[in-house]
Design a protein around this ligand. Structure first.
Ligand SMILES: Nc1ncnc2c1ncn2[C@@H]1O[C@H](COP(=O)(O)OP(=O)(O)OP(=O)(O)O)[C@@H](O)[C@H]1O
Length: 389
């Protein structure tokens, strides 16, 4: 699948300080223990690339971010960003947190309660040694970038969760970090606030060509923000690759579980998504996507109704499929579709989750022709990560 792939030859926007091309990417080899747990990973993030790290609870994601940020001392590691060695246990190099030029954004905004939004955002550049006036100017610019320039004089107690997280984004980016680390950045936001904050972050990361490592549990974050996925389990990298490829052909149990969503590539349209062959998937565009933008329609397999005969009536999306496989998944059965010659090619691999009773009633077996139906209201249309060129 080519729809999430980075466009070749994408150029980066020069930043105010040093050009991004001089900043380079991340190369890390880390072995470290925490109690009885061992993290043992190698990881690279190319300049301007966004890599998402996904993994089950306790797989070592936070340990990895903490080690990169300089918060944990690893037993055996070499970490370089833009060719600068930040950690090398072989020769004792351990650049302190505030000199690593790494921005860290956590679930919680963690703002200083007694400082204004502006002074919170200026804190990073001040720590990096920038003069007061310059730091304040950088803070103002970034607050404007995240859409809350007018709130610069407010203290954290006077901000909503989403606004506070925007200040935290402004603070992380005001330092012009060589590497941005995002640790579940939307997890603490309520469902109404998260899409707008994700949208702001996506735009900023794209527009500045910011090299970024994102840790998340939410596959939509990875789809929207990341070029590449790295799946960790039990302290090891178990698979990695372009986001779409990992989700389309998951090899690890965890990736298979997170990939348990139906994804259809295309471009956003007012009424949903236009597929490459000119078909339409009716759906609800999220606020993060504009018509004409590369996008993906996402729906849950349990939202798909399965019929022997073409259903009449309301569902907007009705497509003919051939049953490729029946996959028992605990209390439900997943029907895996193949495309049919006259049907849309994107039906290939779609999943529908039904009860065993429904399977018995349908009396289906692989090779049978069926109809999948999904309501437009069940289909969300998200932008896909695309680097600015
Ligand atoms: N300070 C500590 N002392 C001992 N063990 C620790 C410490 N911090 C983490 N661990 C252990 O290290 C392992 C990895 O934890 P880590 O927080 O890196 O995982 P994670 O993938 O970020 O998990 P989650 O998704 O739940 O945040 C876990 O088994 C955890 O219990």
């Amino acid at each position: 699948m080519s729809w999430f792939r980075r466009r070749p030859g994408a150029t980066r926007v020069p930043s105010e300080g040093h050009p991004r091309s001089e900043r380079g990417g991340l190369a890390a080899r880390v072995t470290t223990r925490r109690g009885g747990f061992t993290l043992d990973v190698e990881l690279e993030v190319a300049p301007g690339e966004v890599v998402a790290v996904l993994g089950p609870n306790g797989s070592g994601k936070s340990t990895l971010l903490g080690t990169l940020a300089g918060l944990h001392r690893p037993e055996d590691a070499r970490i370089t960003v833009g060719g600068r060695t930040l950690t090398d246990t072989a020769d004792g190099t351990a650049v302190p947190v505030h000199r690593r030029r790494i921005g860290l954004l956590s679930q919680q905004a963690l703002l200083f309660p007694h400082l204004t939004a502006r002074d919170n955002a200026a804190f990073g550049p001040r720590c990096a040694g920038r003069p007061r006036r310059e730091a304040a100017a950088a803070a103002r610019r970034r607050l404007a970038d995240v859409g809350i320039g007018e709130l610069e004089g407010r203290r954290p107690a006077e901000l909503s969760g989403g606004q506070a997280q925007r200040v935290a984004i402004a603070r992380a980016l005001a330092t012009e970090p060589d590497l941005l680390l995002l640790d579940e950045p939307f997890a603490a936001l309520d469902v109404d606030a998260a899409p707008a904050v994700r949208s702001v972050l996506r735009r900023l990361v794209r527009d500045t060509g910011q090299t970024t490592l994102l840790v998340t549990h939410d596959v939509v974050d990875a789809v929207v923000l990341a070029d590449r996925l790295v799946v960790v389990a039990d302290g090891h990298v178990v698979e990695q690759g372009p986001t779409a490829e990992v989700l389309a052909r998951p090899r690890s149990a965890f990736a298979a579980r997170i990939a348990g969503l139906d994804l259809v590539p295309g471009v956003a349209a007012a009424d949903g998504l236009r597929t490459p062959e000119g078909g339409t998937v009716h759906g609800v565009p999220t606020e993060e996507v504009a018509p004409g933008e590369p996008a993906v329609a996402v729906f849950a397999p349990h939202a798909v109704a399965v019929h022997r005969d073409r259903p009449a009536g309301s569902p907007r999306n009705v497509l003919p499929v051939r049953l490729a496989a029946l996959e028992p998944q605990g209390p439900i059965v997943r029907l895996r579709a193949a495309s049919v010659p006259d049907g849309p090619p994107w039906a290939e691999g779609l999943a529908a989750d039904v009860t065993p009773a429904a399977v018995a009633e349908l009396d289906v077996e692989p090779g049978d022709d069926l109809w999948f139906a999904v309501k437009a209201t069940e289909v969300a249309v998200h932008p896909v990560r695309r680097r600015r060129s």
